[in-house]
Design a binder for this molecule. Sequence first.
Ligand SMILES: [Zn+2]
Length: 466
Amino acid sequence: MNEYPDHSTLSRRRLLGLGATGAVAATLPASVIAQRPPAPDWPKPKQPVRNIIFMVSDGMSMGAFTLAEMMRKHKGMGPSHWRMLWDKPGVRRATCMTHSADGWVTDSAAAGSAWGCGEHINNRAINYTPDERTPEPIHITAQKLGKATGLVATSRITHATPASFIANVPTRDLEDAIAEQILDRNVDVALGGGAKHFPAELLAKHPDVTLARSLADLNAAANKTGRLLGLFHDDHCHYELDRPADLPSLRQMAEVALKKLENSNTGFVLQIEGARIDHAAHDNDAAGMIFDQIEFDETVGAVAKWAEDRDDTLIIVTTDHACANPGLTYYAESGNKSFDKLSKATRSFEWITQEFKKSDKSIDSLASIIETATSIRLDENELATLGKAAFERQPIDAFDIANGSLMTLGALLANHTGVAFLSPNHTADYVEVTALGPGSEEMPAFIDNIHLHSMMLAAMDTRVPD
Ligand SMILES: [Zn+2]
C-alpha cells in the first residue's frame, strides 16, 4: 500500500487538485459541477514554507462558531482567537464548498480526503476513489520531501479526519487497518483516543514508538526523540466538559506535538482536529458543543502564538462540514439569559447517556441526571414528552429524523436556553476557511474543499535549505 508516484512526477492537473482523470468528476451530480468554483492557479509562495498546520473544528456550523464566541464574551474571555486572526495583516478568508462525490452533504471521510488527496470521493471512503484508486495522502507526500508528520485529534486517532491525511481504506470503519497504517507509514506524532485499535501485538511491531497514556506521560515524552503515540481513551477522548484533569486537552496535545515536530530540520505537516464539536452537534448537545469549540479555539490561540514570530509556516483553520446548524433563537432579554443557563452545564449528553445506563432507568432518575449535567430541571410536561421519545419511541417532531431521544432532549433544553438545532445530521452549508502565512496569499474568496490540498502541495513545492 506504499506504492505511490514519486512527487516529482505529479502532474499539473494533480497540483491543481483536479484528480488524475476525469473519472471522479464524472460521478459528481451535474448541478454540483456547475457550481464548483474554478481551481485557483496557486503560485509558489513568496516565502519558503517549512511547516503546514491544518486545523479542523469538525462539524462546525457557523452557529457553533458564533455561540462559542458569545460564550467567551459572556465569561469575560474576549473574542475568540480564531476571530482575532481575521484582524491580522495578510490573513485570508474564504467560503468553501464541502460536498462529496456522491452528495451535497459530505461525511468527514470524504471531506477529509478532499484535503488529504485532492479528489472528491464517496462518503465513507478514505483516499479511495469510486474507481478503486488509492491516491497519495498528503502526509506521504510530505514524508517524501523529508518532512515530519503529525496527527492530533480528540476523536479516536483512527477516525475519519486524522485518517484522511495518512490512510487509504475503502471504508472509514476499517479502524484497525487505519491504526496499522498510522504506525507502518511512520507518522511521527499521533495523539488522540482509540486505544482499542492498537492491540499489544501491533505495538510490539513498532518498539521505537513511545506510548503515552496520560497527561504526565505526554509531558514526559515531549523532550524525548523518536516517534510518539498518545492514546488517552479507549474510544474518543472525553468531551471538554467531562475530561478528567489527568488526561490532556486538545491544546495540551497540540503543544506537545509542536514541541516535538519543530525539531525536524526540514519542517513538518501537522493536522489538529477538535473532533467532538461534530459529535455534540449530532447529539444536539449545545453546551457540550460550545465548550469543545472553546477548547479548539484555545488551541488556535496556542498555534498562533507558536507561529507568531515565524514567516515559514502556513496555517489553515477550517471545518470539514457544518453539522445540525445550531443557533440562538430567542429575542431580547430571554436571549441574553441563554449564556447564563448554558454556562451552568457541567457535563455532556454523552455523560447523561452513560449515567442513565447505570441507573434504574426510570424517568425520575433521568430527570435527576439531566439536572446534574445541565442545572436545568425539566417540568412534568417536558418529562412526559421526553418519556414518549426515549421510552415509547413515539414521534415527537414532524421532521422524522429529529425523533431520536437525544434530539428531543436538545429541543426540550432549547425551551430553556434558546439554542435549537436543525437536525441530527451534517448539512450542505458552505464553511469558513481562514489561512495565513506563506502559500495563503492567493486564496480566492470562494473555493472548493479540494483546493486546500492544492494549496498545501503548492506550498510544499518550495524546499527550505537545511
Ligand atoms: Zn459527523
